[in-house]
Design a protein around this ligand. Structure first.
Ligand code: NAD
Length: 360
């Protein structure tokens, strides 16, 4: 029977990379019944909202979704659809493997990291107060009464909720992921020396959870600034990283850079019974419609989806086909060539077609 999957092509380069991934997934021989729905800018034009209720309904029904990136306007405009989907569907764990792919020209080799990012709270909660607004001034007044530190009256404020419950859930997820994937170590990432109560709580709960895994999975912790430096100097010393939402977002991009760029970094958002798969990268608007960008990140997100569905053989075959095409270096997009202006680079769809050819 075909797997019913919600497909959200997304904005910018989204439709191109989603099409490439869809073709490759179908070429594995696994049967899919795609339910295509729109979110993002095209949904605003059609439905007047970037996240129509029909999108959530479709994902809740099918339980599994594959999604291209969706634009989030900077400063004003609508709030992130990507974040809203994770929050609405309680997709609390973001899993982003960062693994070196043979044949990629990168100063780093033998990288094998797994980023486990908390997806529902932290500064990503979207609880913000605009500078000068009545509610902001009221909140500033209240804060002034509650503690001695001064805040400039023209400040805008963002709230950073970190709870013991969400931290327990994500750190347990990280340890279980480590066990399931035969990993050795989990590192909790924080800035508890400065944010004593929020990151302090994250660290305290992570330490408690780690005790349950003593003797099975090693545990340590690292300040996020130190981690950024250590990842650049000696990334092989890390294994599974468990991070609050914002650090997870930033460190994911850093790790994508270590393995050769955003065009390669896959991701999954996992909840109790629903999962949504998407590349780490965004909608790269300047490349939209050019059939030029690398489809690998979305195709490998499809590999994660196959594994989630229990289709390990198809996942292994698709992953191998992607790796083989990259290692050969012939049918690859511009970003995987030694020189980005190499005239022999191929288009998004040609790279996907070559991957499909190797699956037949
Ligand atoms: P981006 O990831 O879209 O692009 C940054 C740069 O990375 C691109 O200019 C390009 O050089 C490179 N790149 C990205 N994807 C690539 C690919 N597949 N192949 C080759 N190179 C690739 O980041 P941005 O420009 O900061 O964000 C653009 C928009 O995407 C913003 O609105 C942002 O909010 C949104 N975004 C969405 C998601 C998501 O949907 N989950 C994630 C990140 C950013």
């Amino acid at each position: 029977m075909a797997y019913k999957i919600t497909l959200i092509p997304g904005d910018g380069i989204g439709p191109e990379v989603a099409l490439a991934a869809r073709k490759c997934l179908e070429a594995t021989g696994v049967s899919f019944a795609w339910e295509e729905v729109i979110a993002g800018t095209s949904a605003i034009e059609k439905y007047g909202t970037p996240l129509p209720a029909s999108v959530l309904k479709s994902i809740r029904k099918n339980k599994v979704a594959l999604k291209g990136p969706i634009i989030t306007p900077i400063g004003g405009g609508f709030r992130s659809v990507n974040v809203a989907l994770r929050q609405e569907l309680n997709l609390f764990a973001c899993v982003r493997p960062a693994k070196s792919i043979p044949g990629i020209k990168s100063p780093y080799q033998n990288i094998d990291l797994a980023i486990i990012r908390e997806n529902t709270e932290d500064l990503y909660a979207g609880i913000e107060f605009q500078s000068g607004k009545k509610d902001t001034l009221r909140l500033l007044e209240l804060i002034k009464k509650l503690q001695p530190k001064k805040i400039n009256a023209s400040s805008a404020l963002s709230i950073k909720p970190i709870s013991a419950a969400a931290t327990r859930r994500i750190t347990e997820f990280a340890f279980e992921y480590a066990l399931k994937n035969k990993r050795k170590k989990v590192t909790a990432v924080h800035k508890a020396n400065i944010m004593k109560y929020t990151d302090g709580l994250f660290l305290e709960v992570a330490r408690k959870v780690a005790k349950k895994y003593t003797g099975r999975i090693e545990f340590n912790d690292c300040l996020v600034d130190n981690l950024a430096m250590q990842l650049v100097k000696n990334p092989q010393s890390f294994d599974v990283l468990a991070l609050p939402n914002l650090y997870g977002d930033i460190i994911s991009d850093l790790c994508a850079g270590l393995i050769g760029g955003l065009g390669l970094a896959a991701g999954a958002n996992i909840g109790k019974s629903i999962a949504l798969f998407e590349p780490v990268h965004g909608s790269a608007p300047k490349y939209a419609g050019l059939n030029k960008v690398n489809p690998t990140a979305t195709i490998l997100s499809g590999v994660l989806m196959l594994r989630y569905l229990g289709e390990d053989r198809a996942a292994d075959r698709l992953e191998k086909a992607v790796y083989d095409v990259i290692a050969e270096g012939k049918f690859v997009t511009y970003d995987l060539k030694e020189r980005r202006d190499d005239p022999n680079c191929v288009s998004t769809q040609s790279m996907a077609d070559e991957i499909c050819r190797r699956l037949r």
